[in-house]
Design a protein around this ligand. Sequence first.
Ligand SMILES: CC[C@H](C)[C@H](NC(=O)C[C@H](O)[C@H](CC1CCCCC1)NC(=O)CCNC(=O)[C@H](Cc1ccccc1)NC(=O)N1CCC(N)CC1)C(=O)NCc1cnc(C)nc1N
Length: 330
Amino acid sequence: DTGSAAAIPINEVDIAYVTPVTIGTPPQTLMLDLDTGSSDLWVFSSLTPSNQVRGQEIYSPTKSSTSKLLSGHTWSIRYGDGSGSRGTVYTDNFTIGGLEVKSQAVQAALEVSSSFTQEQSLDGLVGLGFSALNTVRPSSQLTFFDNARPNLDEEVFTADLKYHATGSYDFGFIDSKKYAGNITYTAVQQSPGYWTHSLSGYSVGSGAFQASQISGISDTGTTLVYLPTAIVTAYYRQVQGAQNSQYYGGYVFPCSSTLPTFTFGIEGARFTIPASYINYTRISPTSTTCYGGLQSSSGLGINIFGDVALKAAFVVFSGTNPPRIGFAIK
Ligand SMILES: CC[C@H](C)[C@H](NC(=O)C[C@H](O)[C@H](CC1CCCCC1)NC(=O)CCNC(=O)[C@H](Cc1ccccc1)NC(=O)N1CCC(N)CC1)C(=O)NCc1cnc(C)nc1N
């Protein structure tokens, strides 16, 4: 089997991407954020208090003839940005881009934090990290990818995220029309459950490539790129008027400043993030100060290759044994 579905930016600065999925019988369509940085599939539901729902589509298990309560099971998740949710668990038929998993664990929210309530374009998440990170107790549940894997033509899914445009996620095949040249693979460390791998180095603008192993996670659920302070300061040293603002919680600069590109290595291959991706957003609609798409990871305890980096490449998440991740130019 295979599947292919759109990855649609939820706002004008690509803060996140959502993908249409269907749940249950008859199918209920929700827009979910496919997130390689977590492993819970959870949705706004008919059980979510109405004062916590603001425009989101909801999953109603009672309206699905194929839903089953996974009795005695609960879940509770906390994300890197402090947001979180918790609830109960059903199994039901779940489809992404024509690929169906029967009796997928669908985690119905009984409570969501305010930042989820405020994000009306996001109806939940599909965790595509390793199942070890799943928070359902007393028995953890498998991700959509782990459930689909035995029936996939190839044990892969790919991410083709785009800058200010709709991209795609494919399951079970690698679409050669979506990239140029070769795919460069590198090893993945699957513990504790993220897609953890190393960059082989970086360069700023036309500067020399600095070879150095930089370990981090490729995370479609994180908007920006978070790298070691030394690298980030070297980057913003090239930006007129840039400063690391306590007030804004990161590097900001005059929107009129010229930004260099940022290149990262995967083994021997090189991928360049255009300056426009790193000129992430104005700090307010009328401001002339802009917030960078490249920020320091100090304080996170982990480097994160988020959407700002991933949208500069075609990325193959390979569930083979051992797992690996591949990058290609597009
Ligand atoms: C089982 C837990 C699971 C693995 C969890 N995984 C993650 O946190 C990574 C995961 O990819 C999550 C998935 C997000 C969660 C919010 C909703 C969208 C998806 N990523 C993050 O939390 C990264 C930081 N957040 C982000 O990058 C969010 C994403 C977002 C998008 C749209 C709307 C709202 C939020 N972006 C922003 O808040 N932005 C606003 C500010 C702007 N400057 C950048 C964009 C984890 O590591 N949790 C451990 C954890 C707990 N507590 C804390 C405090 N930190 C933690 N790391």
